[in-house]
Design a protein. Structure first.
Lengths: 211, 428
């Protein structure tokens, strides 16, 4: 008994030092009731219905405090796709509906809706967006020499005469739907940003048009 | 005698093997011979011009000695019926296809109807230069393939010793030292016994030295020694206990195993893909977002298609790499969330990255070197507040003009000055 009295505080101290996080262990939480979101948190999901039942303070119909999964969504996820037919509020752009296989048509009919009096800002934004979304394949100057191009087959060298006559509409269509080995990037880049990239590529990357 | 015979026999065999191999090298056609048959010129200036044209226009889809997006081009001039059709094909393949050329249509079928880019702007002499370069490379033969260790150069294999081995090495050294100590004690004991047994005529001083004993137990029992030991032990325990208390509710260092072994060191480090390419929400939303699998497929439809980790992506989105089609049975990839800010505080990525102009690394640390992501920062309130006290506002914006005028201080305007320490900014 005497020994245990002396060593209890040591054991307690040793136990405390194991509270930190590391590896798969997130560590010990303080006041966990305030840590876990009651509303559905889109990027979290805890499907175990009894998770955190030990901190329940009110009756929650048998569901643990940490349980966070929406049974009405596919796979119980807390996020879901927008309802079919709805249009995102995005500065007035309507959904782009020209089909993927109509590249030439898109090149002929599409006109860049950006305000040309803001050319400097558009080109500055376009360059930044190009460096974010295009540079790792097409290279900083568009020569198809980005770091990823070594691994990825068929990256276009945009500076050759082959692409000199491409219109901004055609560039916009290719970014949206892809072409050849290039995959569609419409889901990643908003329409406004795509038009900025198209303007930058047309003005600063492609060669002089020959017709 | 026998050995000498055997040696000379071996040498003889080696000699003949050498002749055999060298003759096989001489058996290959030289550039001149190939050129005589193909009619494609061989002068170096033309080959160099062709090399430039090839790397700018053809290299993205064609290799010489292997198929890539398009067929390998070695001996391409032998595959076409006439040089004229080949020239026409390189410049305007659509026209050749339309003319009903048998080989052209055969190629079109074999490559699943993928169409080559139109190069109508190429001059005839440029096409000749291209063919001269291709001929030169064909004769040279494929380059030795350099073994790729998967990780590439330098980034994955850090120089120096990994940390987990340092501990092992230290323990090993300690064991070796203990062994040496044991051996030394053994030697001393043996020597002492030897002296006591053999030398009876030692004088008193020497006897004293030989018979001297260190009284260890008495030294260990002294109160001073006991105090020092207990003090050091208690201090170490108290320190780890306090550290432990401070780590409650702090997930710094949390590094969960993810369902797919995605490496930021490879993607963001070695290949320098921008964070925003995948984390598309960071400029306009609260969350930076976990990329959906279609963003993985932007590259992995063609890159590392045989990897078991990539196979997990294919399985999740039900992609069949053989038929190149998606199925119906798609499953979400259950990534483990690393950064869990408590629900009692609000954080918005767009506000910090888009408006505040902060780098991802400011909070997430050296993410471009992480094989497995861990939580780099504390994400405690004190840590947030510190940054809000120190970070200057980018006032290059008309909204701040009057605020800057009202900010009557020599110190720069920091986040604190525009309300960055208000409770309700983050807690509501």
């Amino acid at each position: 008994m005497k020994i245990s009295k002396h060593w209890m505080w040591l054991l307690g101290a040793a136990g405390l030092s194991a509270c930190g996080a590391g590896g798969n262990d997130p560590g010990v939480e303080y006041a966990p009731n305030m840590y876990h979101s009651i509303p559905y948190e889109p990027l979290s999901q805890i499907t175990d219905k009894s998770a955190g039942a030990w901190v329940n303070s009110t009756d929650t119909e048998g569901l643990g405090e940490y349980y966070s999964s929406n049974p009405n969504n596919p796979h119980g996820m807390n996020m879901r796709e927008p309802v079919a037919g709805t249009v995102r509020r995005n500065k007035g752009y309507l959904p782009y509906r020209i089909p993927a296989d109509s590249l030439e048509y898109a090149g002929q009919v599409l006109v860049n809706p950006l305000d040309s009096t803001m050319q400097d800002e558009i080109l500055a934004d376009g360059k930044e967006l190009y460096l974010t979304f295009c540079e790792h394949c097409h290279g900083g100057k568009g020569a198809g020499d980005g770091l990823v191009a070594e691994k990825y087959p068929g990256v276009a060298n945009l500076t050759t005469p082959t692409y000199a006559n491409h219109t901004e509409g055609k560039i916009f269509h290719v970014i949206t739907h892809g072409k050849g080995n290039m995959q569609p990037h419409g889901s990643q880049i908003s329409q406004g940003d795509r038009w900025k990239i198209a303007r930058y590529v047309r003005e600063s990357i492609l060669g002089e048009p020959t017709n | 005698m026998y050995i000498r015979q055997k040696l000379s026999l071996t040498l003889f065999a080696l000699f003949f093997t050498g002749i055999f191999f060298s003759s096989s090298v001489f058996g290959q056609a030289t550039l001149e011979e190939v050129s005589a048959a193909s009619g494609i010129p061989t002068d170096q200036a033309l080959i160099d011009e062709g090399k430039g044209l090839f790397s700018a226009n053809c290299y993205s889809c064609h290799r010489i000695h292997s198929d890539w997006t398009g067929p390998g081009l070695a001996n391409v001039w032998e595959r076409w019926e006439s040089q004229e059709t080949l020239y026409e094909w390189i410049k305007n393949n659509g026209a050749v296809l339309a003319s009903g050329d048998a080989y052209a249509n055969e190629l079109y079928e074999a490559w699943n109807g993928s169409v080559m880019t139109n190069f109508a702007w190429l001059e005839d002499n440029q096409v000749t230069a291209l063919l001269a370069y291709i001929q030169d490379e064909t004769v040279k033969g494929p380059e030795e393939v350099v073994a790729d260790g998967g990780g590439g150069d330098g980034t994955s294999s850090e120089s120096g010793v990994p940390s987990q081995y340092i501990n092992l090495i230290l323990i090993g050294l300690l064991v070796v030292l203990a062994l040496i100590l044991g051996v030394l004690v053994l030697i001393v004991t043996v020597l002492r016994r030897y002296i006591i047994a053999k030398k009876e005529d030692l004088d008193e001083e020497d006897q004293e030295i030989v018979n001297e004993r260190v009284d260890l137990p008495a030294g260990l029992r002294s109160p001073q020694f006991l105090f020092i030991v207990v003090f050091i032990f208690a201090a170490v325990v108290a320190k780890s206990a306090i550290d432990g208390l401070y780590s409650i509710g702090v997930q710094q260092g949390y590094q969960p195993k993810q369902p797919i072994a995605f490496s930021h060191a490879l993607h963001a480090g070695q290949y320098e893909i921008e964070c925003q390419y995948c984390h598309t929400g960071v400029m306009e939303s609260k969350s930076a977002n976990i990329p959906s699998a279609n963003i993985c497929m932007n590259c992995h439809i063609n890159v590392a298609t045989g990897s078991p980790e990539i196979a997990k992506i294919y399985k999740a989105i039900d992609w069949d790499p053989d038929t190149q089609t998606y199925g119906e049975n798609q499953q979400p990839i259950e990534w483990v969330r690393v950064h869990n800010l408590p629900d009692l505080s609000y954080f918005n990525h767009a506000q910090h990255v888009n408006v505040g102009g902060q780098e991802c690394q400011t909070c997430h640390g050296p993410i471009e070197t992480m094989e497995v992501v861990y939580q780099h920062s504390q994400l405690t309130m004190g840590w947030c507040i510190n940054c809000h006290r120190e970070t200057e506002i980018n006032t290059d914006n008309a909204y701040y003009d009057k605020l800057v005028k009202l900010h009557e201080s020599d110190d720069p305007m920091v986040v604190e000055d525009i309300g960055g320490l208000e409770c309700s900014k983050c807690h509501y």
